[in-house]
Design a protein around this ligand. Sequence first.
Ligand SMILES: [Zn+2]
Length: 424
Amino acid sequence: MKKTLALLLAALLTLSACGGPSGSDRSDNFDELFAYEGVMSNIFLCGTEDTLYFRIFGDSYLYYIDKATGFGGPLCGKPECPHTGKNCNAFANSIDSCPQIYDGRLYWAATAYVDGGTGGVICSMALDGTDRQTVREIREEYYRYDCSTLFHRGYAWNYGAYNEMVDGQNKSCHYVCAIPLDPDEEPVVILNEPFIDNGNGSTVVTLWGDDLYILTVTPILREAEEGSGRQYDTTGRNTYRCMRWDRETGELETLMEEDVQANWTNDLCATEDGLIYTRQPVDLVIDSNGRPVSSWGDHEMEVCRIPYEGGEPEVLFTMRGANQLANRAIAGGVVGGHLWDKENQTLYVQLKDLEGNTLVDDSFKLDWTIHGTFGPYFNFRGVDEDYAYFGELMWDDACGVVAVALDGSGAKMLWTNEAYITEE
Ligand SMILES: [Zn+2]
C-alpha cells in the first residue's frame, strides 16, 4: 500500500508539473485530470476536489455528483426548478463537448443556429449551477459540431476529424480551430486537412503553456485490385504526425512524423518531459472476402513520448493489448483501461502512471444488475487523488459512474441515473 501511495504521489507531482508550479495556478493551465476527447465516450466527466460534473451522450442535461456522498442530479441552482425543459440551468440541449472547468467555472460548446447557419455557442455556468451565461456564438464556417472542444488560456479549441464532401468524394478532415472566448475576436482555422479514412484516422490536441500540440493519425491506403468492387485497401499502416502551433506567429511546426503499423489514437497529453501518446500495434490479415484488414493480434499497447524539441518517439512502457483492455485513455498522469466481464459482473482495471509503474491491476465485483445489461461503453475518464473514475452507459440509457481506488483497495458504483429514467 505504501509503495502504491508513493507511486501515486509521484504521479500527482507529475500532474502538478503539468498544471503549473502549484495547484492554485492550475486555473490558468490546462487541466489534464480528465480525458476530454469526445470519440469513443458516452459519459463525459470533469471535476473539482469535491464534485464531478458530467454529461451523458444523448441526454440534454448537465449533471453533478458529490464525491463524498454519491448524491447527484441535474446541475441547476435555480430555486424550485423542476429540472425539466429549457428554463432549467442544467438544460444543455445539443451539447457537443465534454464540459470542462476553466477559470473556476464550467464551460461547454453546443450546436446553435448562428447567422442563418449551423454554428455553435459557448456557454459557461458557476459550479453551483447558477449564473448561466452565453460566452459567444461561433459561425458555421468555424464550428464543427462533430468535433470536441477544449478551453484554455482565453480560447476554445474545436478539434477532431469530421466528414465532408471534398471534390465529390466523402472525405474526413483533420480539423483544429482556435476560437477566442472574446466574442469580438475572429476564430482562426489552424488545420483543415482532408484525408480518406478507413476508420483508423484521428485528430487530438493538448496544451502546454501557451502552445497547442496536435497529433494526427492518417491512414496509408493503396488502390484496391481491379474487380474487387472497392476503391481502397488498407495497408495497416498510418502516419502519425505531431505538430506545435505558435500562437504568436500562427505557424504550424512538425515535431515528429512516422509511418507505423498501428491503429488510431485518442490519447495525447503534455508533461514536463514531453508529449505522451498511446498507439496500438496491429497486424495486417486477409479476411474471408480476400480483403486486407488490420487486426489487433496479441500486441501490447505502447505508451510513447515525443520530446518538445521534436525527434524520434520513445516507447516508455506497454499496457495490456486491445483484446484485454477496452477504450484506453490518459488522464491526470495515469494511463488506464478496463475490461467488463458481464457474466461475472466483474470489472478488470489496469492503471499505470507515466513512469510505467502499476497502480491498479485487478478485478472488482460490481453489484449493479438493474436495467438490463451493461453496454460496451465503459470508459476511463479521469482521476483525483484517491480514485480513477469510469463512466458507463448501457443500451437502455441507464448509466453510472464507477470509482476505482488508486491504492487498489476496491471499486464502487458512485452514482447511477436510475432516478431519472422514466419507463415508457
Ligand atoms: Zn433546473
